[in-house]
Design a protein around this ligand. Structure first.
Ligand SMILES: [Zn+2]
Length: 298
């Protein structure tokens, strides 16, 4: 399979994958992966989240390094576990200390699952955390951020999960509305809205956010639909991932999409842009992300 030579996998849950998967990714050109915090297949206790964050920030980077892959991650309480507001509050208090870890890129993947009021509340709390912790933390400007009060527009990078299937359009609209309420405290260039499909990609890109497409074997997009979307909506501010996790998923679906684009005659520059330079540019806004955009020389 011919790929874009180098690939950054922008969304993959490596804690659920084997070392054989790491080897396969390395052999197929993946040089860096970004792992959002998400559900573990079962609801955890607050203490379970701390262990999970330590796994993401301490153990997983070492496991990836054995295969020459840089491992980065995101920290949050995922929307599937946001219904219990008491638990959410306990976990939210623990998140700031992890945001300054050397391989953490920002807050994510936050978002909505069933579009409930409690999920929305916890989503807003996470966004506020991304603003406040950036301003108080080592990556901030030392200024106090405040919601909707003409803030600096600087905050930790934010990675957003949009709901599945019938909940996706409504949930995406709710998420974009909630972000809008933060006014200039949120910089759309520092937010990636993931799992977009044909009916949500335009909403996300038109509002100035980055968009992520997820290629799943049985739901979400296919390689063919993803390349259609690149052709219709353009390659700018667009990333592709397989979001491989504990379920039926395939880390090579990112590569299959690159291959489909190649098969249709898209240039090496386009492949490099979508599968390497776009994630490098978005993640590169975090000073600790090392890979830099590359140019093809002919
Ligand atoms: Zn995910």
């Amino acid at each position: 399979m011919r790929s874009a030579v180098f690939i950054i996998d922008p969304h993959i849950h490596m804690v659920s994958r084997t070392t054989a998967d790491y080897e396969m990714l390395a052999l197929s050109g993946v040089v860096a992966v970004s792992e959002p915090a998400f559900w573990a297949g079962f609801d955890r206790s607050p203490a379970g989240f701390i262990d999970y964050y330590r796994q993401l920030t301490e153990f997983e980077p070492r496991r990836a390094a054995q295969f020459g892959i840089d491992h980065y991650c995101w920290i949050c309480l995922n929307p599937k576990e946001a219904e219990d507001l008491g638990k959410a509050n306990e976990v939210l208090q623990e998140i700031p200390k992890f945001l300054d870890c050397p391989t953490v890129l920002g807050v994510g993947e936050i978002g909505l699952n069933k579009n409930t009021p409690n999920e929305a509340k916890v989503f807003q709390q996470h966004v506020q955390l991304a603003i406040d912790c950036f301003n108080k933390g080592s990556r901030g400007q030392g200024v106090e951020g405040s919601r909707g009060a003409g803030g600096s527009g600087k905050h930790h990078l934010i990675l957003i999960h949009t709901p599945h299937l019938e909940d996706k359009l409504k949930g995406t609209r709710m998420i974009l509305d909630m972000l809008k309420d933060f006014g200039s405290a949120i910089d759309p260039a520092r937010v990636l809205v993931d799992h977009v499909e044909e009916h949500t990609i335009k909403l996300v890109k038109d509002a100035g956010y980055w968009a992520g497409m997820t290629i799943y074997p049985i739901s979400k997009a296919t390689p063919q639909r993803a390349v259609d979307m690149i052709e219709v909506f353009g390659a700018e501010r667009l990333c592709v991932n397989a979001a491989a996790d504990w379920g039926v998923s395939d880390p090579l679906n990112t590569h299959r999409t690159a291959w489909e684009a190649r098969r249709r005659g898209h240039s090496l520059e386009t492949l490099l842009q979508v599968f390497y330079n776009n994630p490098a540019t978005f993640f590169g806004q975090a000073p600790n992300f090392k890979p830099r955009p590359m140019k093809v020389s002919v």
